[in-house]
Design a protein around this ligand. Structure first.
Ligand code: COA
Length: 323
């Protein structure tokens, strides 16, 4: 059961930390390949792969449905019951409704009566959620469920050569718990935004995503570099101290360009973009899940989560992995 003291502030001091104890990820079944797109769009598989690194994306399902499935897997992997969760944070840019938020419906499906809210920071949302979770643990909670989920097919025009080749659906969820041993830690984080760039990627009510792809590309490389450097500096680390980077999966060329400036290697990078496309807030937990299942994460590893997205927003966080 959720603890009665969930809202009571905890005394600081002593070992105290954060651990991610269960992760779950789901993609809807329906695959939309690059070749499928060529049936109605003047494009080619080669062009899309070369310019983006994407081969296919998934469509179908709903944000609440995908969230619920991913969260159920995360809870099972953490060995927890729904009642153990003190708070649900759902990062999404494609909620089921404009109002209410999608998180309460997901909580209901899971059997959770704790607080539940949506977090809209576009593709940076899951990392924002992780940092918020750390704050809630500090305030006295024991376990926070942080979900990133999207049904971007609802706001994507698959006839548009700019956006239609990029976006897809999916969901990833993580159970974030207090670590009384202090072994697991959120070592540093950096959140930022620049509202001067609202116009380069947005969707109006009832409309689809509009994007200035070139400008998004330019800004993305810049803010990834800036945010990763800020988190590394705050943690007193360099690129060599990071064991695995889990970046937002938007375009392989954005990652490669930023990595060149940051001195990061692709060998230490978790990527699922080729088969997911850009799933916005879901992309980082999807890549984390993949890395975990591939055995690429070990206790004591330093993981750098690094996101950017519409807003513009950006977010990074360095987590020392507990288990
Ligand atoms: N298929 C084939 N050709 C295409 C195409 C497509 N889907 N889209 C554009 N082109 C063509 C253009 O017509 C143009 O041809 P021209 O040189 O003969 O005039 C050429 O490719 C370059 O067009 P441009 O729009 O400058 O492409 P680009 O290299 O910027 O690539 C994106 C477009 C969308 C792949 C790229 O800008 C991008 O990925 N930006 C970042 C977007 C992003 O990550 N958004 C989410 C952020 S969270």
């Amino acid at each position: 059961m959720a603890t009665d003291t969930a809202n009571a502030p905890r005394p600081m001091g002593g070992p105290w930390g954060l651990k991610i104890t269960g992760v779950g990820a789901v993609l809807p079944e329906k695959v939309l390949t690059n070749k499928d797109l060529t049936a109605w769009m003047d494009t080619s598989d080669e062009w899309i792969r070369e310019r983006t690194g994407i081969a296919e994306r998934r469509i179908g399902g709903s944000t609440s449905g995908l969230s619920t499935e991913a969260a159920q897997i995360a809870l099972a992997n953490a060995g927890l019951d729904p009642g153990d969760i003190d708070q649900v944070i759902l990062a999404t840019t494609s909620p089921d409704h404009i109002c209410p938020g999608t998180a309460p419906a997901v909580a209901r499906e899971l059997g959770i009566l704790a607080g539940a809210f949506d977090l809209q920071a576009a593709c940076s949302g899951w990392v924002y959620g992780l940092v918020m979770a750390n704050g809630l643990l500090l305030q006295g909670m024991d376990r926070v469920l942080v979900i990133g989920a999207e049904s971007l097919d609802r706001i994507t025009d698959y006839h548009d050569r700019g956006t239609g080749i990029l976006f897809g659906n999916g969901a990833g969820a993580a159970v974030v718990e207090r670590d009384e041993t202090g072994a697991g830690q959120l070592l540093s984080w950096d959140l930022g935004s620049n509202g001067n760039y609202v116009h380069i990627l947005y969707a109006d009510h009832g409309d689809v995503l509009q994007m200035d792809g070139r400008e998004v590309f330019r800004q993305a490389v810049k803010v990834m570099q800036r945010s990763a450097t800020a988190s590394l500096d705050k943690a007193g680390m360099t690129a060599d101290d990071i064991d695995l980077i889990v970046p937002h999966q938007a375009n392989i060329r954005i990652v490669e360009a930023a990595w060149k400036k940051l001195g990061f290697s692709m060998d230490k990078t978790a990527m699922v973009l080729e088969r997911t496309g850009n799933t916005s807030a879901a992309s980082i937990p999807l890549a984390l899940d993949d890395a975990l299942r591939a055995g690429r994460v070990n206790p004591g590893d330093n993981l750098l989560f690094l996101g950017f997205g519409a807003g513009m927003t950006w977010a990074s966080a360095i987590v020392r992995w507990a288990e």
